[in-house]
Ligand binder design. Sequence first.
Ligand code: GDP
Ligand code: MG
Length: 458
Amino acid sequence: SSTSREWIRQPIIVVMGHVDHGKTTLLDKIRGTAVARKEPGEITQHVGASIVPASVLKKIAEPLRKYFPKLQIEIPGLLFIDTPGHELFANLRKRGGSVADMAILVVDVMEGFQPQTVEAINILKEKKVPFVVAANKIDRIEGWKPTPDAPFLETIRNQSQRTINILEEKIYRIAGELYNHGFEAERFDRVRDFRRTVAIIPISAKTGEGVSELLALMTGLVQQFMKKKLVTSSEPAKGVVLEVKEEPGLGTTIDVIIYEGVLKKNDLFIIAGKSKPVVTRVRALLMPRPLQDMRMHEGRFTQVEEVYAATGVKVSAPDLDDALAGSPFYVIPDETRLQDYLKMVSEEVSELRFKVESDGVVIKADTLGSLEALLEAMRREKIPVRLADVGNVSRNDVIEASVVKKSKPEYGVILAFNVKLLPEAEELAAREGVKVFQSNIIYHIIEEYAKWVKELRE
Ligand code: GDP
Ligand code: MG
């Protein structure tokens, strides 16, 4: 168009790791830092995401000049996805990769690698998402003397040699685990080539120690290695549906992360639906109301006319009841191209959701991203899949599994990730003797299933 312009957008960052290793605490700390250190009027609240603006990154980087002498802030900020519920929400897929530009893999320094750490690493490897490791909970190391919010390289100087040795040993162990998964890794201040070596940043999400270096390092890495990838322009928006949500007075809405272009009110867009693609128009774009305004106005959201990548936004539109979480989101530039977009979305989704007439298990998951992760796990474990789909376990899923059960009992089961077993499905499963393995940890599902297969064979 005549008014096309370009800008560098915020890199999109996801936080992953094993349950209880401190993802939520770290995100809260980062958000707290952003809120505490921003100037009045700087908006950092987004739907499904928090932005640490450049002004805050500058303030954080200032005391770190000694360690990062060349760090100039050129990006408008860092956008962190607030992954709701479980880790695999972070698997925000897009054609040919991930919506995430970078990831923080949180590892409890006391516990080291755990099953979900491995699940996260597998996803990052699969999607070629660069990452750093936050070795969290350093305040729990024996004898640790905390200095709240201090840089790691300063707080480490206050520790006894014994405490330093324990930390070194734990970091060495994490580096060893990373090596077993094919990655060279080092404490961040000893890394020479960040393209070849994964940086480990010792932090405490609780005391804030090391968090400033984590943010500064992410900024530096992004600016050095992926600035070109962050250039976007005033083209039709591309995004991913993070969540599908009922909102009082608005009906079904979708929370979307926009990674490219501009999204405007009345734009025509397409997403994947449970039965078929959904094509509809933006009725309203909604952003959270700043906390101080909430008392003066009705509702938690305020309307905007347009939003720019990168951002999280709530989209209100007709016909969203059928929307699929994890779906691609595309603005259709003009209606003559509708067929192309229908084809593109159908293809992207049918790679994942399928039904084949063969002996294999039924798998169900809550989003397209988690379904993809579960499918990958099935491939690794060499478990054949008959039916893969998003949604709660239905009567029809039980029927599918019971058909398989007759010829191949070990595959006549349902493996369900973070979804419900509908009452009529539960009833039928009991009657047909179809086992349903349910968890929000893939590892648990596979472990329970393997145990059951072993018992079956004995
Ligand atoms: P998540 O499951 O990965 O989101 O983990 P949470 O952020 O919920 O943290 C799990 C528990 O570990 C909570 O009780 C946190 O207070 C605690 N925790 C998180 N980070 C730290 C840390 O740096 N130090 C200490 N001592 N505790 C932490
Ligand atoms: Mg959490």
